[in-house]
Design a protein around this ligand. Structure first.
Ligand code: TEU
Length: 557
């Protein structure tokens, strides 16, 4: 991508807002669009270029908005279309683009399309969803053995027509049948409607699940072969690009969330010559601390992380483009998961992980609160949780005989709710998030960890994110430079170079509490100019020693 005029987003940083937990303007305990609007200066101060809004559309909120019942309206909990337009105008006035969350693998079961589809087997919208008869024989009655991401089978029986409909997520999220050109046309038209309204692009939810092969498949237990990266995915993405984006002169951005996507598949999807998507969210690194069972994680091995990130950096070096993220609304907080959120090390670990990530080649995504070093929360009983994935897992595991306390112990570090506690704006009772009662409890550590405490602190996690974003904006080497991994076998230190036009930057991060002599690790780093560091102001700092969670960007040439 070192073409003479690289795409604008190769130098951009995206900030993700989960509206329900960002800022509440009317005291109902639920974040909303006027709340987001009231915090735009925080985003402008941080220096981000794009605001990705998790879903704000009309929704029964079964999965916090990822179950949409009207794509062209705002859920009253979040505000109105006028509130949205106001937010968009104010964001644009600050040079911040807005990306909508496009959730079109499925709708809500309360969407008029599905209400019509389930009304009768001859409904004109019957084929807008996946309907199947009961499977006879011992394997049935569900048409296939697929398991939902939210526990239980992916098929729900509908007594009205005595057939089953497919839902990869909750039973209130029936999957759309993208084989039907009417479905695709309706989605394209809806996307055009939002682009005409001025939005700057889309983050596309589980977009690699839209092409499915729903055949009789007694053999396929988990079903991923039947719906991950199906046979017509490239065709559907290319058609979408042609029908929705081609011919629009605005600087748009598209990112596809693609669980299970490989480097090879991402090269095809993000190759500009193929006009599908600009980038994808891959999931490899957020699966390295568990073998597919997120409820039973183990410590991350840094060599595994280097192998994975190294492969993605190399794999998309000559074609395509990477997205870079640690946190989002589905992942527990990285500083607790991959770092160290103890009082002694939390600031250093959060800034170390941020440096490690932001120095890579790709577009960084900062999730709300990550810039403040927000950590996993403390969870008492199951009543503290809100996330459907978490609650369904607890119900299924305890129904299968597991001890509730044992299951609770697995939920605390892994639940998506760790990402969904309200943003910590200040040290008041509800962290300045709401004047009402928050829909989910504020992390009690907000008294110390909050934006107000960090805003004017030059050494805060917030200040460090500001500096990382400013560095990306200023440095073509950080934006486009070639990537080379160093020390691939070191279990504690992550180091790599970025090179462009004669400049070489070295990024070295000690992802542990053990100090290391720099000269022994990287002799070329000794005496190099410090471009950005996270610990040089600390009394125990020593240029020659990489301290605990020490992270440095050095200029070698
Ligand atoms: O997430 C898809 C997805 O991969 C997640 O379900 C993930 O596997 C899981 O949460 C990890 O614990 C997208 C959205 O980001 C998520 O919030 C929605 O719940 C889901 O799709 C359905 O729309």
């Amino acid at each position: 991508m070192t073409s003479p005029n690289p795409a604008w987003w190769t130098s951009a940083v995206v900030y993700q807002v989960y509206p329900r937990s960002f800022a509440d303007s009317d005291g109902d305990g639920i974040g909303d669009l006027p709340g987001v609007r009231s915090k735009l200066d925080h985003l402008a101060d941080l220096g981000v270029d794009v605001l990705w809004l998790s879903p704000v559309y009309r929704s029964p909120q079964d999965d916090n908005g990822y179950d949409i019942s009207d794509y062209r309206d705002i859920d009253p909990a979040f505000g109105t279309l006028a509130d949205f337009d106001g937010l968009l105008a104010d964001a644009h006035a600050r040079g911040i683009k807005i990306v909508m969350d496009l959730v079109v693998n499925h709708t809500s079961d309360e969407h008029p399309w599905f209400v019509e589809s389930r009304s009768s087997t001859v409904s004109p919208k019957r084929d807008w969803y996946w309907w199947r008869d009961t499977r006879e024989g011992p394997a049935g009655p569900e048409p296939t053995d697929w398991e939902s991401y939210f526990s239980g089978p992916t098929w729900e029986h509908d007594p009205t027509t005595d057939q089953w409909y497919l839902h990869l997520f909750s039973r209130k999220q029936p999957d759309l049948n993208w084989e039907n050109p009417e479905v695709r046309a309706a989605v394209h038209e809806m996307m055009g409607w939002w682009l005409d309204r001025g939005v700057d692009g889309f983050r596309m939810d589980v977009i690699n699940m839209i092409s499915k092969d729903v055949g009789p498949d007694d053999a396929l237990r988990d079903g991923t072969d039947g719906f991950l990266f199906g046979p017509r995915l490239h065709e559907f993405l290319a058609e979408m690009h042609r029908e929705v984006f081609a011919g629009r002169d605005a600087d748009l951005i598209t990112v596809g969330e693609m669980p299970g996507v490989t480097v090879e598949q991402a090269r095809l999807v993000t190759d500009p010559a193929r006009a599908e998507l600009d980038m994808v969210f891959q999931f490899e690194h957020v699966g390295l601390d568990h073998d597919g069972d997120k409820w039973h994680a183990r410590p991350l091995r840094l060599t595994d992380l280097k192998a994975s990130f190294g492969r993605w950096q190399a794999g998309l070096a000559d074609v395509g483009w990477n997205s870079l993220y640690w946190d989002n609304h589905d992942q527990p907080r990285a500083v607790s998961r991959f770092g160290d959120d103890s009082p002694a090390h939390r600031r250093d670990a959060a800034t170390c992980l941020a440096t490690l990530l932001h120095g890579h080649r790709g577009t960084p995504y900062v999730y709300q609160g990550e810039e403040l070093g927000m950590a996993n929360s403390t969870w008492g009983s199951i009543r503290d949780f809100r996330d459907i994935e978490t609650l369904n897992h607890f119900a299924e595991a305890t129904a299968a005989g597991a001890d509730p306390d044992d299951v609770l112990a697995t939920l605390r570090p892994a639940s998506r709710d760790n990402a969904r506690t309200p943003v910590q704006w200040d040290d008041t009772e509800h962290a300045g998030f709401t004047t009402g009662t928050p829909w989910i409890a504020v992390n009690p550590d907000h008294v110390e960890w909050n934006a107000a405490a960090q805003r004017d602190d030059p050494h805060s996690v917030l200040a460090h994110h500001r500096s990382l974003i400013a560095l990306r904006h200023a440095s073509r080497t950080v934006q486009l430079g070639d990537f080379e991994m160093l020390l691939p076998d070191h279990e504690d230190v992550y180091a790599y170079t970025r090179s462009l036009d004669g400049e070489t930057l070295l990024v070295v991060c000690n992802v542990s509490g053990t100090p290391y002599a720099l000269a022994e690790l990287l002799p070329e780093a000794v005496g190099a100019e410090l471009v950005l560091g996270n610990r040089e102001h600390l009394p125990d700092h020593d240029d020659a020693v990489l301290g605990p969670w020490d992270a440095r960007v050095l200029r070698l040439t």
